[in-house]
Design a protein around this ligand. Structure first.
Ligand SMILES: CC(C)(COP(=O)(O)OP(=O)(O)OC[C@H]1O[C@@H](n2cnc3c(N)ncnc32)[C@H](O)[C@@H]1OP(=O)(O)O)[C@@H](O)C(=O)NCCC(=O)NCCS
Length: 149
């Protein structure tokens, strides 16, 4: 029988699994970055904004985000999805949808009315995914300045 996906809060013990998934996706392992990132999440970010997807006892995906209050001139608190990743061997099974759905439901429970994310315009994968999940392109502009060196 096919095991179903279970979504739970992320903990420090998920460090190695997250590093592995990211390495499978990008080819780069960043254990030091992820150790600090998880510490940051546990210290100052709402716990509902860092989630793990498991099938059986195997970690197969994650989502990390935060809540931002009156930032960027926005009139209310919004939730941000900062990074989402699903193990390539487990894609196409609704795992990322389940992660986003739990994230959105938790944001709603905290009286948040909007979820934001940023995606690269070059990433058809991420544009297509968020479009499919009902996210629409917003009106905020992304500004940047290239620095010398
Ligand atoms: C994009 C990503 C999160 C999707 O994960 P997934 O578990 O395969 O997605 P799901 O199976 O939950 O798909 C949900 C919906 O989005 C759609 N979808 C998924 N990937 C898509 C894509 N690349 N383009 C368009 N639609 C897509 C699915 O068809 C599905 O639609 P449906 O439920 O209406 O049938 C996954 O491919 C990924 O992790 N990509 C790499 C992201 C990344 O670079 N992260 C940073 C480093 S870890």
């Amino acid at each position: 029988m096919k095991k179903s996906v279970h979504i739970r809060n992320l903990t420090k013990s998920d460090l190695a699994a997250i590093v592995n998934i990211e390495e499978h996706v990008t080819g780069v392992a960043r254990p030091v970055y992820w150790e600090k990132r998880i510490e940051l999440s546990e210290a100052i970010r709402p716990h509902w904004a860092s989630l793990i997807a498991e099938i059986g006892s195997q970690v197969v995906g994650f989502i990390l985000g935060r809540a931002g209050e009156l930032e960027f001139g926005l009139p209310s608190t919004v939730a941000w999805i900062e990074i989402i990743g699903v193990d390539p061997a487990f894609r196409g099974q609704g795992i990322a949808r389940a992660l986003v759905q739990t994230f959105v439901e938790s944001a709603e429970d905290h009286d948040i009315k909007t979820v934001f994310t940023l995606v690269s315009a070059d990433s058809q994968e991420m544009v297509g995914f968020f479009d499919r999940l009902g996210f629409a392109q917003g009106k905020m502009l992304h500004f940047h300045k290239n620095l010398a060196g």
